[in-house]
Design a binder for this molecule. Sequence first.
Ligand SMILES: Cc1cc2nc3c(=O)[nH]c(=O)nc-3n(C[C@H](O)[C@H](O)[C@H](O)COP(=O)(O)O)c2cc1C
Length: 465
Amino acid sequence: MDDARSRPHSSETHAMEANAVEANAVEDWQRILGVLADRRSCRDFDGTQMDRELLAEIVRDGMQAPSSCNQQQWHFVIVDDRDLLQRCHDISGGNHHFAECSALIYLCFQKGWTHGNFSVVQSVAGACYHMMLSAHLRGYDTIWNAGIGDNKALAELFGVPPIFEITGALAIGRAKPSAPAMKAPRRPFEEVHSWNGFARPAHTVYPVKAAKAYPYFEITNPSNPFAVWDPRGWSWAQLGDFRGYAVWAKSPLAGVYVSRRQGEATAAELDLLPDLKAGAKVAELMPWGGTYSAEIRRRLDSGVDFHLAELAQGNLTFILERLKREGFALDHTYGDRIDGPTLPYADGSLDAVILPQVLEQMPEPETMLDEVRRVLKPGGAVIASVRNLDSDYGDHWSEVESLGCIPNQGPFTPLSAETVRGWMAARFTPEVEQGIGTAVSQDATIVTDDNRTGCRLYAGRWRVA
Ligand SMILES: Cc1cc2nc3c(=O)[nH]c(=O)nc-3n(C[C@H](O)[C@H](O)[C@H](O)COP(=O)(O)O)c2cc1C
């Protein structure tokens, strides 16, 4: 009887205990998944050292990842020597965080086995992400980098044998307390999944030239026969989609996205800004990445209302955060979403519109210029510059640049200075017209004679009559 009474009691207790364990387990995995979802890339490390045993633990965690045929032909070169980290930074080119992280873990694999469907690459990628999550759970920050620079130079530096490939590097360390605490936006779930077959919204698929097939190995960064550089081949929605995500290839830190080609040209372009008093209303159109926006805000009176008219919310979020980090109060700076060549401003309401090298990024530049004229006050100014097709740079673009993949700031085609000159003359009165830069890059010589339409940039200031 006792037994009979105790059995249900004991099994009940057991079930309750099991449920409690399960409830805790559910809470645990939900909490862990929440923590993992909070991971974000860090590009602003504090430069401190990390304990080697801890680094080893993280790599050991990575080794729990699955690998193709279980071969585990991965190899991790862990670099924690500060001089070597500096060399790695120099070789990488653009990844300044290589010099400031605590360690870089170079992801290598042996070539020659399990190559089908890149399975050897898939394996090392799995290990890398596992290490990232391990580091994150332990309170460290990371960033995965394909931009490691010259593989040969790295192989020489570390003595990596030629049968091994170096495919990337995981940077680990502690973020500076001031590092951006923002995660790059994710696409909506609806866009990136489909059940039992492929279906995807058209605006999320980037345009390509029509072809029967797109063989993977025919596409490299410097040579992409399928890339559509002409923005007229893109819809506004596709452009917005591209810009909103691709800008997060960097973090919104002060000073990011300064083009090496530009040299001093940005200053020369923005010297064309008119004198604007507090209370004036100005718009910059399609401000990719915020490099111009920061310089414009610096030059404007703090009481001038500065509007950023942009296709992608993800881009606006990025730029506004970047501007904060450049030290600007944002009380007179506004992010305005547009979804095509219609500006959200009343007729005759703006004192100036700034188009720095953006007409060549638009599917309908002339329609946008009509709209610019609509929103400007009488006497309002247009400050514009374009990359000039009729220049040495234009030749370089046609013969070299445009053969490769389109850059993160989106597709563009340099425009003929004479064509743009005509577009502007049809709508506005010219005030200043000049060429900037006689060389393919860097040089920012200002040319005002007839040769101005043969420079790298064609720029000017026009007024509404
Ligand atoms: C394979 C791969 C390569 C990457 N290479 C670089 C790189 O070279 N430089 C860089 O700054 N970020 C690099 N990233 C980081 C991505 O830009 C970043 O993961 C993405 O913007 C999403 O942001 P999140 O990691 O904060 O979620 C890389 C990411 C992956 C997965």
